[in-house]
Design a protein around this ligand. Structure first.
Ligand SMILES: Nc1ncnc2c1ncn2[C@@H]1O[C@H](COP(=O)(O)OP(=O)(O)OP(=O)(O)O)[C@@H](O)[C@H]1O
Ligand SMILES: Nc1nc2c(ncn2[C@@H]2O[C@H](COP(=O)(O)O)[C@@H](O)[C@H]2O)c(=O)[nH]1
Length: 191
């Protein structure tokens, strides 16, 4: 069986990664599996443990780092985020295209370990629109919004580390572009 792709989607907090993903994730022809990250941040309203994230404590996260259980990890605005290794290889060996939705430091680590990873960076139509989206979500207090916006400016400078750049103005169009990129790589990679 052909091994599945490893797909990295990055982009500043609030750019709409999750929103865009929802438009293409259930397209069976893309054979996607979403990698559920571990995090020490608290769940937002509506987020479910084991679905959106594996919510955990700082101590347990640090144990996972020490035991080499994470493919990559990073600290982002005061919390840890990381990709559990166990599922990624298993799913790829089953032919699934595994999607990591991670920030830029983690993406750099994955690229070092898996240079053939397909990398996509989502940008906002403008930084003003990004701010509107983060604020519009009403999920973080002002202090955290400010930290995320400051981080976003730095993350945008990493855009050249990615093979593809997709602007999320219309989320459906962004999803169609990403689907086309994945489809193209399904035809050409791992031949
Ligand atoms: N194209 C768009 N136009 C207008 N609003 C959008 C668009 N895409 C996403 N949004 C809105 O922007 C907000 C942030 O989107 P979302 O939570 O998907 O971002 P994210 O990149 O996954 O964020 P994070 O990395 O912080 O989890 C949401 O309220 C969402 O509805
Ligand atoms: N390096 C990693 N970054 C991750 C992972 N899971 C999510 N993220 C990114 O963190 C920020 C903040 O996420 P939020 O849900 O608190 O808004 C965002 O850019 C995510 O894409 C991960 O496993 N590793």
């Amino acid at each position: 069986m052909k091994k599945g792709l490893l797909i990295i989607i990055s982009g500043p907090s609030g750019v709409g990664k999750g929103t865009v993903r929802n438009y293409f994730m259930n397209d069976a022809s893309l054979k996607l599996a979403y990698s559920i990250s571990m995090t020490t941040r608290s769940p937002r309203a509506g987020e479910q443990d084991g679905v959106d994230y594996i919510f955990t404590t700082k101590e347990k996260f640090e144990e996972a780092i020490q035991h080499g259980e994470l493919l990559e990890w990073a600290e982002f605005v005061g919390n840890y985020y990381g990709t559990p290794m166990s599922q990624v290889e298993k799913l790829r060996n089953e032919g699934k295209n595994v999607l990591l939705e991670i920030e830029v430091q983690g993406a750099t680590q994955v690229k070092e370990k898996c240079p053939d990873a397909l990398t996509i960076f989502i940008i906002p139509p403008s930084m003003e629109e990004l701010e509107n989206r983060i604020r519009g979500r009403r999920s973080e207090p002002e202090e955290v919004v400010q930290q995320r916006l400051a981080k976003a400016g730095k993350e945008m400078k990493m855009v050249n580390n990615y093979k593809y750049i997709v602007c999320n103005d219309d989320p459906k169009l962004a999803a169609e572009l990403i689907s086309s990129i994945i489809r193209r790589h399904m035809e050409t990679d791992n031949k």
